[in-house]
Unconditional design. Sequence first.
Length: 217
Amino acid sequence: MLLFFGILFNAQAHEDITSNQLQHSLSDRFFRLACPSSLECRSKWGFCGKGPEYCGDGCQGGPCTAGNIACPDSTECRSKWGFCGKGSEYCGEGCLSGPCTGSSGNGDGVTTFQGKATYYIVSSGNTACGTRHGDNEYIAALNGAQFDPHTPNGNPNRNTLCNKLAKVVGPKGSITVKVVDKCPGCRYGDLDLSRAAFQAAVGNLGIGIASITWNWI
């Protein structure tokens, strides 16, 4: 009987030690990743600082911005430091996502949006604007967050953005597309392009998705 209790005690003690070691390990890891300033990020190399080289790809702690994550409120911008809000300090220079106004680079005040580009088969049927188009045309479907506010009385055919032109800049080059459709599954700033438009701005269709910037013209 004494032997049984001895084994049980040792097992419990080992479990407590293992639990304490795990807690200390997690605690140590948390404090290693957290930077002295809550405004700073720990880069993939383990150093603290601000900006995309710290808060971008590989960021281990802090207000990481890898992927240019959109803000919960579609009217807000994610600043270059990774925080969401409104105004020039968020939507101006270095803005990462949302209705950015400081990324055009030419001082003309043009609002430049940032998002993802995908592609779809435009020729499969009527667009949200009530028109039909071929896949060889430079056509775009706008995300619902930006499209829907301009739809009167729930009729997308009368959306005031229908047939509006936009300049899209992708990894391969810049093109002008006509917005004639809505992309329900897209997030704020995203565009679903015709195959021809995707190939011209992004590249091979096999890429599937890519980061773009765009503005109305």
